[in-house]
Design a protein around this ligand. Structure first.
Ligand code: SF4
Ligand code: SF4
Length: 323
């Protein structure tokens, strides 16, 4: 595939990388069969190959994003199913992340959509705000019919009200900053990403993770000042907020890694989308000055999904806590 980025465009590290990614797509179409949006909608432009074509055209021409490109890139779920299918090793994730940032910088969405996206970015990553919003949604649900349903934004707002759970579990004290001691002999020490929306909607997931790890003899640290991994903002193309959230996590875990604490064997994540983002911190911070670039690389190298911890551990969890 020939690409024709201008020398000016190629100064941008993201564009340089996208150029490389675009070159590796051989248009074989293997990815289409595993793409849920293509399977559902049957439109080539809602397949990975179609989106790569649209992104290539947008970046090569240097033109601002069009409504058509935005529609098809917005429909991508970032499930990354296409990446495990691709025989050519196309790094679709980095490509679509770059495209989303480019869209935010060059395309003006209708104002209700801009407001909705801004509101999501200001609420979802922050557990206290998200909890308050869920309680508000519960109270507001009977009035959902008053939201005008003609526009896409109105339909989305109604759908969100419909999705709000009927009851929100109380906050779990296990998720507060603290050290959960290993049961029996200590075999390892990890930090747990307690996250944002999940800790409000289903705190039992973090609680179960902590119980499981400590029973395996692994000490679990919940660090101060960690929070959302940044994926939500990153996937909306909101670069600065995403970097701010990621930086806070990197700072929190680096304090443990570099001396304030007792070191870490891993950073454990129990939400796969968050894990994908934390593992990509090295890439997100690749152009940042020292020590952030190095810290981000270190954190990314330590990031492990809870399932990886279990499969790699030589010590199966004990069924019962020791007396
Ligand atoms: S499978 Fe990979 S190489 Fe083939 S069309 Fe999809 S992205 Fe391109
Ligand atoms: S990441 Fe997007 S393009 Fe790839 S399979 Fe999922 S929905 Fe399709």
């Amino acid at each position: 595939m020939q690409t024709s980025f201008t020398p000016e465009q190629l100064k941008d590290p993201d564009t340089r990388e996208s150029n490389g990614i675009l070159r590796t797509c051989v248009h074989c179409g293997f990815c289409t069969a595993t793409c849920p949006t293509f399977v559902l909608l049957g439109d080539e432009l809602d397949s990975p190959r179609g989106r790569i074509y649209l992104i290539k055209d947008m970046l090569e021409s240097g033109r601002p994003a069009t409504a058509e490109v935005v529609k098809h890139v917005d429909r991508c779920l970032s499930c990354l199913s296409c990446m495990t299918t691709c025989p050519s090793g196309v790094h679709y994730m980095h490509l679509v992340d770059h495209a989303r940032r480019y869209i935010e910088e060059t395309y003006e969405r209708p104002w209700p959509e801009r407001m909705l996206r801004r509101m999501l970015g200001m609420v979802l990553p922050y557990p206290a705000r998200f909890r308050a919003a869920l309680l508000g949604a519960r109270l507001g649900r009977p009035f959902g019919g008053l939201i005008p349903g003609a526009s896409m934004t109105g339909q989305r707002l109604r759908a969100m009200l419909g999705l709000a759970p009927g009851a929100v579990p109380p906050p779990s004290p296990m998720q507060h900053p603290q050290v959960h001691k290993a049961k029996g002999e200590r075999r390892g020490r990890v930090a747990l990403l307690t996250g944002c929306a999940q800790q409000v909607l289903a705190p039992s997931i973090n609680e179960a993770t902590i119980r499981l790890l400590t029973r395996m003899g692994i000490e679990v640290v919940i660090t101060r000042e960690q929070g959302c991994c940044g994926a939500l903002s990153h996937h909306m193309g909101h670069h600065d907020p995403a970097m701010r959230l990621a930086r806070a996590n990197i700072a929190a875990w680096s304090r443990e890694i570099e001396g304030e604490g007792e070191g870490l064997d891993a950073v454990v994540i129990n939400a796969s989308g968050c894990g994908t983002t934390v593992k990509d911190y090295g890439h997100m911070f690749r152009e940042e000055p020292a020590p952030w670039k190095q810290r981000a690389e270190k954190v990314a190298a330590l990031a492990m999904d809870i399932s990886e911890v279990l499969t790699k551990s030589a010590t199966p969890p004990r069924a019962r806590r020791p007396a």
